[in-house]
Design a protein. Structure first.
Length: 487
């Protein structure tokens, strides 16, 4: 009965969501930009300018126009909340590297917000003395050099304050810290915007209360933009409301926009899975974007690691190629999204305890990774196998399956994904075999994690009428959404 009720809820939610198709929705509904991370090391560059140019080209191809540099100045870990003026350093390559960053962005018509001083990673009470005075001093001496050299650069849009607060009344306690930093930055570069990125954590204020606090925070500090992190990757925050979730990210964005206006609110979309810092499902990403329609921009954390086909596989995550290709296909940039262009049938029937009653594998909703009894999970004891039949023969390049990993409940990551193509719907060719990168040193030992197991390079299957998918497992296999795309 609970599952039946949940299915009715899921149908209502899907009817209220933006429709998903193989064509692009309005550009304002998609990702408008991303944070860019050049690392936290004083000596080792996390990303070279050559790599940065490739990533910019990829972002630009998807219509992204906004870049936020994570941080260019850092506080040394050993200094914690104390230390002195010498306990801050430039991220490797900066400040000289910034000219190339701005020049390359300008060539592509993109705007850059430059991260200032980051101290919260090493100092919990970053807004208190003596850390606050040390940060102010570093802005006056070192961040000032950026303003002096680049404030008139056509790609320089303003500043980003890297220290991140949460979504509770503690925002009020931090007002003076952000107020002083904002005042300093605006004195250095009059007319330029200041951006911050607070996060929606479990136990946040109600949407209306948070919006009231956020408006007060804006009015006192003078910060122009609050880019609220959606927490869907960090905390499994639900993008859309249902009867089991008190508040959704959609609820929060609605109230924030109502109180502060759309231009003052951006959505910070997390591209990674819960408890497995790897590329999320494109269906989940679509739900996140749908929930963030009202803010004026949607920026991502972190395109380069989780979605860049050039940088991600080497320095980020190999699953990035799959998410980039699926995103291109789903929104009509290139190729085609195939998951909704056909039907599927089970070879290994799901358990009656965790049945597939409403086409959970392609209903445009990923199941909740913190709730194994979520209606979206389909459970198969051992190997899970199904066939997807297309409406017409098609090439298939990417296939990913959203799975649950909860060892305490006997739900394990599949050991291997096998994919076979049939050109006649009867005989299937040799399998492409993908071993799961999830292991005991990654997330297998953690509880309540999600992952999208997929091919890491293009399948290059030709003229498939069907694909046979097998997930090899010795324990329970829990799966929800399947994404299939053609380049």
């Amino acid at each position: 009965m609970k599952k039946t009720i949940s299915i009715v809820i899921a149908i209502l939610v899907l009817l209220l969501m933006n429709p998903i198709s193989g064509r692009a929705s309005e550009a304002t509904d998609l990702l408008n930009g991303s944070f860019v991370h050049f690392g936290y090391s004083e000596t080792t560059e996390a990303m070279t300018i050559k790599q940065f140019k490739r990533v910019l080209n990829e972002m630009h191809s998807l219509g992204m126009q906004t870049i936020i540099l994570d941080a260019v100045r850092m506080k040394k870990s050993g200094a914690a909340c104390g230390g002195g003026a010498n306990d801050f350093y430039w991220v490797a390559g900066f400040p000289n590297k910034l000219k190339n960053v701005l020049d390359e962005a300008h060539k592509r018509g993109m705007i850059v917000y430059v991260g200032a001083v980051m101290s919260f990673m090493n100092c919990d009470n970053f807004h208190k003395s003596p850390n606050q005075e040390l940060v102010y001093q570093d802005i006056e001496t070192n961040i000032k050099t950026i303003a002096d050299n680049y404030k008139n650069h056509p790609a320089f849009g303003g500043w980003y304050i890297p220290d991140e607060p949460g979504a509770d009344f503690s925002l009020i306690k931090k007002i003076s810290y952000y107020q002083n930093i904002t005042y300093q930055l605006k004195q250095l570069t009059p007319g330029k915007k200041v951006v911050m990125a607070p996060y929606l954590q479990p136990g946040s204020l109600s949407p209306s209360d948070l919006a009231y606090v956020a408006a007060l925070f804006r009015d006192v500090t003078g910060i122009d933009v609050q880019a609220w992190q959606d927490g869907t990757g960090s905390f499994a925050n639900s993008p859309s409301s249902d009867w089991q979730n008190k508040y959704s990210t959609e609820d929060y964005y609605l109230e924030l926009v109502n109180h502060l206006g759309s231009e003052a609110i951006w959505a910070d979309i997390e591209l990674f899975n819960v408890k497995s810092y790897r590329s999320a499902s494109v269906a989940r990403l679509n739900n996140q974007l749908s929930a963030a329609r009202l803010p004026s921009k949607r920026v991502s954390w972190l395109f380069q690691s989780h979605m860049s086909p050039s940088w991600g596989p080497g320095a980020g995550f190999k699953e990035a190629r799959r998410l980039f290709a699926s995103y291109q296909a789903l929104y009509g940039f290139k190729g085609a999204y195939l998951s909704y262009e056909g039907s599927y049938r089970w070879i290994t029937p799901p358990s009656s305890q965790y049945p597939d009653l409403y086409g959970e594998l392609n209903n445009a909703r990923t199941a909740d990774p913190k709730k194994p009894f979520d209606s979206g999970w389909v459970g198969v004891l051992g190997n899970a196998q199904f066939v997807f039949d297309f409406l017409s023969p098609t090439n298939v390049d990417w296939l990913g399956v959203h799975v649950l990993i909860q060892p305490n409940s006997g739900i394990a990551s599949p050991k291997e994904l096998q994919i076979r193509c049939s050109v006649d719907g009867i005989k299937f060719g040799p399998a492409k075999r993908i071993a799961s990168p999830i292991n005991g040193t990654d997330i297998l030992s953690k509880d309540g994690a999600e992952y999208v197991i997929s091919n890491l390079t293009s399948l290059k299957f030709k003229n498939c009428t069907s694909v046979l998918v097998t997930l090899i497992n010795t324990q329970w296999t829990f799966l929800s959404e399947v994404e299939i795309a053609r380049d």
